[in-house]
Design a protein around this ligand. Structure first.
Ligand code: APR
Length: 234
């Protein structure tokens, strides 16, 4: 049975009211990456960085999944083969929609990480540089998100999934951040049919057999319906 692997990016959550990074007026137009999304920025000003992620955590907590997240959860529930989501998003909306097989390659706003001992726990809604680690007591806690200059999580599982995929789709991602930007090419070289679903062509569009343009809330449910009707022989 067909194995489906799907990469998602900020564009899938745009219609849930969460800002993307690189669209006009996006997060990286409002904040300097080197200040809020690097280990060096955190070392310089942990208060500022916690403030940035506290605001995003509050927004994500209030956000609800849109029809694109819902459609992917339906795909996982109804497709007879395996469906794996690899998400760059830290907002938790895939799980809220009901998806269960999700790899968070850039971590999660819902997670806290101790820089001193590596312990992980559920992040409170508001984090501060003074929060002690529940395990070692050190006040060196950070959001459990992957910053620029750090290695994304789950590289082995990701590589294995891309190698085994029969169908690979990238949804709502600009194709500008590696390694995710290379997943289309990797999956295609290893035999998958590749599809891009995005508002506009991404920087990686050439790696896809098919590109579907439009709002995720419209084009993802249609695409999911097509896959489910093909796999049920309908
Ligand atoms: N439906 C579909 N696609 C959309 C929508 C929408 N409603 N709105 C925007 N998009 C598309 C944009 O056209 C763009 O190509 O989503 C993409 C969002 O791109 P980015 O803002 O660059 O987000 P992403 O690709 O997820 O960024 C990757 O960069 O800074 C880091 O860690 C951060 O995980 C993030 C990574």
């Amino acid at each position: 049975m067909e194995k489906i692997v799907i990469l998602t990016g900020a564009g899938i959550s745009a219609e849930s009211g969460l800002g993307t990074f690189r669209d006009e007026g996006g997060l990286w137009a409002q904040h300097a990456i080197e200040d809020v999304a690097t280990p060096e920025g955190f070392a310089r000003n942990p208060q500022l960085v916690h403030g940035f992620y506290n605001a995003r955590r509050a927004q994500a907590a209030d956000a609800t999944p849109n029809p694109a997240h819902d459609a992917l959860a339906r795909l996982e529930a109804e497709h007879k083969g395996e469906v794996l989501l690899i998400t760059q998003n830290v907002d938790g909306l895939h799980e809220k929609a009901g998806s269960r097989h999700v790899l968070h390659m850039h971590g999660e706003l819902a997670g806290a990480l101790c820089q001193a001992c590596g312990d992980r726990w559920e992040a409170p809604l508001v984090m501060s540089p003074d929060d002690p680690c529940p395990s070692c007591g050190t006040a060196a806690t950070r959001p459990d998100v992957v910053w620029f200059g750090e290695f994304p999580y789950h590289p082995d599982k990701t590589e294995e999934a891309l190698a085994e995929a029969d169908l690979f789709a990238a949804i709502g991602t600009s194709g500008q951040v590696y390694p995710a930007a290379a997943f289309g090419q990797m999956a295609r070289e290893m035999g998958a049919h590749t599809v891009e679903l995005n508002l506009e062509p991404s920087a990686a569009s050439q790696d896809f057999h098919e590109c579907r343009l439009g709002k995720a809330s419209l084009i993802v449910p249609t695409w999911v319906d097509e896959i489910l009707s093909m796999s049920s022989g309908g």
